[in-house]
Design a protein around this ligand. Structure first.
Ligand SMILES: Cc1cc2nc3c(=O)[nH]c(=O)nc-3n(C[C@H](O)[C@H](O)[C@H](O)COP(=O)(O)OP(=O)(O)OC[C@H]3O[C@@H](n4cnc5c(N)ncnc54)[C@H](O)[C@@H]3O)c2cc1C
Length: 336
């Protein structure tokens, strides 16, 4: 049986970062990806300044220094100051990250779906391959997580259209729609626009109806619909010689569904932990601190219908105006 120091399952941002760091340190590293093409992930491709420590500017589609924030009471233009937001085509990001991992010496095999896992080998396309360490970076429906008997009890759902209609502004809207707190976005890219919503799993049909209405109201063509669950249920990441990174571990934010940064940082930390047994995982500790804070905010917002109304229609604009960061504009778009 062929064997590797580390097998990484999944060529998303978590897996490719882990593979690059391990290969740079001279470790014999194999990445297995079920898809033929790397980077074909359901995602709006929004990045913050934190991501830009790991992503070169020449591959991003756009940079935004202000955004339009729409609430039930009105719309605001918000100055993003020193926190611009970027959009990136996930396929372009995946291809760039794969090249970096390969340059460092990692071997990447596509069209390679892992179908079974044991404590020292995996099965891929009917063949057994051995490992000393295994990194499960295989996303929200992780087979590695399942093999460890770790259930996923909390998920969020993200839905979007990738539209041919081009838009100029980065737009975010928050709405309390028939008891579901909806976070929506319009993220312009080069050549397409992502318009989507994130919210509670189980409310997908309602969200789809309101997304359709929003597209129609804004004359945005509903070109290609996509939806996926996001695992937000963190229950640990080190299990002897097996590790869970990114969405497989449930590191994504329960508040916004954002998970690219958490995937990159956890992949980086896990690789460093494999290289040095004394490593204390500062990146993952930081992810968990922010995740807990954001999920506490979500808990408070979900306590009572009036709370999101007060927060988004009064407190947030008041705070932004006091700091001279926003001005009210008129063209508000209701989700309903
Ligand atoms: C609609 C939507 C919009 C989003 N928008 C944003 C956003 O704007 N910004 C942001 O930060 N986050 C966003 N996210 C979340 C973000 O996409 C994920 O958090 C991020 O991709 C997680 O990276 P990952 O490497 O952990 O997993 P993934 O990117 O999911 O990569 C996992 C890889 O594993 C492969 N794989 C799975 N099973 C196997 C197997 N058995 N064998 C081999 N390979 C396997 C998959 O094909 C995939 O390539 C969004 C999510 C959704 C659903």
């Amino acid at each position: 049986m062929q064997s590797y120091d580390t097998i990484v399952v999944g060529a998303g941002p978590a897996g490719l970062t882990a593979a690059r760091v391990l290969a740079e340190a001279g470790r014999n590293t194999l990445v297995l990806e079920k898809n033929r093409t790397i980077g074909q992930t359901i995602c709006a491709g929004g990045l913050t300044v934190r991501d830009m420590e790991y992503v070169p500017k020449n591959i991003v589609d756009s940079e935004f220094n202000y955004m339009l924030l729409h609430t039930t009471k009105g719309s605001y233009e918000v100055d993003l100051g020193s926190h611009p937001v970027f959009t990136v085509d996930r396929e372009k990001l995946g291809q760039w990250m794969a090249k970096e991992a390969q340059k460092a010496g990692a071997l990447i095999m596509t069209a390679s779906r892992v179908s079974a896992v044991d404590e020292n080998h995996i099965v891929v396309n009917g063949e057994k391959i051995g490992f000393d360490h295994l990194v499960g970076a295989d996303g929200s429906n992780s087979i590695i997580r399942k093999s460890l008997d770790i259930t996923v009890d909390k998920t969020a759902i993200g839905i979007q259209y990738l539209s041919k209609t081009l838009r100029n502004d980065l737009e975010v809207f928050v709405d309390d729609f028939r008891d579901i707190l909806v976070y929506g976005w319009i993220f312009p890219h080069k050549g397409f626009t992502s318009i989507g919503m994130g919210g509670k799993t189980g409310k997908g049909a309602l969200m789809r109806r309101s997304l359709d209405m929003l597209c129609d109201r804004l004359n945005i063509e509903r070109t290609r619909f996509e939806a996926a669950r996001i695992n937000i249920d963190y229950k640990g990441f080190v299990f002897k010689n097996m590790f869970l990174a990114g969405d497989a571990a449930g590191f994504a934010s329960g508040l916004t569904g954002e998970g690219i940064y958490q995937a990159i940082l956890s992949g980086d930390d896990i690789a460093k932990g494999i290289l040095n047994k004394e490593y204390r995982y500062p990146g993952i500790k930081n992810i968990l601190k922010i995740k807990n804070r954001q999920e506490n905010i979500l808990r408070i917002l979900s306590l009572n219908r009036n709370i999101p109304q007060i927060v988004f229609n009064k407190a947030v604009p008041f705070f932004l105006k006091r700091r001279n960061l926003c001005r009210m504009i008129n063209n508000k778009y209701n989700v309903v």
